[in-house]
Design a protein around this ligand. Structure first.
Ligand SMILES: [Zn+2]
Ligand SMILES: [Zn+2]
Length: 196
C-alpha cells in the first residue's frame, strides 16, 4: 500500500491544503482537505496521513511518500507507516500536489467570500479564522466513534445517560494524542470536536 501526500499553505497562519493518493496495485483513492487557518505544514501533514489511514480498509503496512518527508509520525501511526522518501517524480505524488493546491484554492475562496459584516472573511476581525493547530490530546471512550475536546461535552454525557438507562456501564474517558485518535478512525464530535 502506498500513500502519497502533499501539502501547501499560504504561510503566516493562513489557509492550507493537503492532498493524499492511496494506491493498492491498480486501485486508487484520492482525498483532499483544507484548513482556513493552519498552524503550519506539520498540522497539514498529520491530517493528510491520519485521514489517509482512516480511508484504508486493509491493515497492510503503508509506504508513505511526501513532498517533505521525514517529519515525526505519531506513535499510533509509526507501527503501520514507514517512510518511502520523496515523491516528486511519481505521478501519484504529482496528483497529491495537485489535490493539495486545489484544496488550498477552495479555502482561499472561502476566505475571500463576504462575511455577514460585508467584509471579506479574511479581513473581518470577528469572522477571521484563527490558527489553532491540532489539539495535542483529545478524549475518547472505548465504545465511541468520535473524539471530544471537552470533558463536559453534552453529547458525551447524553450518550452515557442513554447507555445507563439501557443498563450499560459507562466506559472510561481516555486522553489520547489527537493524531492517534485520527489514525484509529475516530471522527470529531459534532458538538465539541472542532477547535473553531
Ligand atoms: Zn464578519
Ligand atoms: Zn463532544
Amino acid at each position: 500500500m502506498d500513500l502519497h501526500i502533499a501539502t501547501v499553505s499560504e504561510g503566516g497562519k493562513g489557509a492550507g491544503g493537503w492532498g493524499a493518493v492511496l494506491r493498492w496495485g491498480t486501485a486508487v483513492r484520492e482525498i483532499q482537505g483544507n484548513e482556513l487557518a493552519t498552524s503550519g505544514s506539520r498540522e497539514l501533514q498529520m491530517l493528510a496521513v491520519a485521514t489517509g489511514l482512516r480511508a484504508l480498509t486493509r491493515s497492510a503496512p503503508v509506504r508513505l511518500h511526501s513532498d517533505r518527508p521525514g517529519f515525526d509520525l505519531a506513535p499510533g501511526m509509526s507501527s503501520r507507516v514507514f517512510w518511502a522518501g520523496r515523491s516528486h517524480e511519481d505521478p501519484d505524488g504529482a496528483r497529491a500536489t495537485a489535490l493539495a493546491g486545489d484544496a488550498l484554492q477552495k479555502a482561499i475562496k472561502q476566505l475571500e467570500a463576504l462575511c455577514i459584516h460585508e467584509l471579506t472573511t479574511r479581513s473581518c476581525w470577528q469572522c477571521r479564522p484563527q490558527a489553532a493547530g491540532l489539539p495535542a490530546r483529545v478524549k475518547v471512550t472505548s465504545g465511541g466513534l468520535v473524539y471530544h475536546l471537552d470533558e463536559a461535552c453534552p453529547a458525551l454525557h447524553d450518550g452515557w445517560r442513554k447507555l445507563e438507562r439501557r443498563g450499560g456501564i459507562r466506559s472510561s474517558l481516555d486522553s489520547v494524542p489527537m493524531v492517534d485518535a485520527l489514525a484509529r478512525g475516530f471522527g470529531a464530535c459534532e458538538v465539541c470536536g472542532s477547535v473553531r
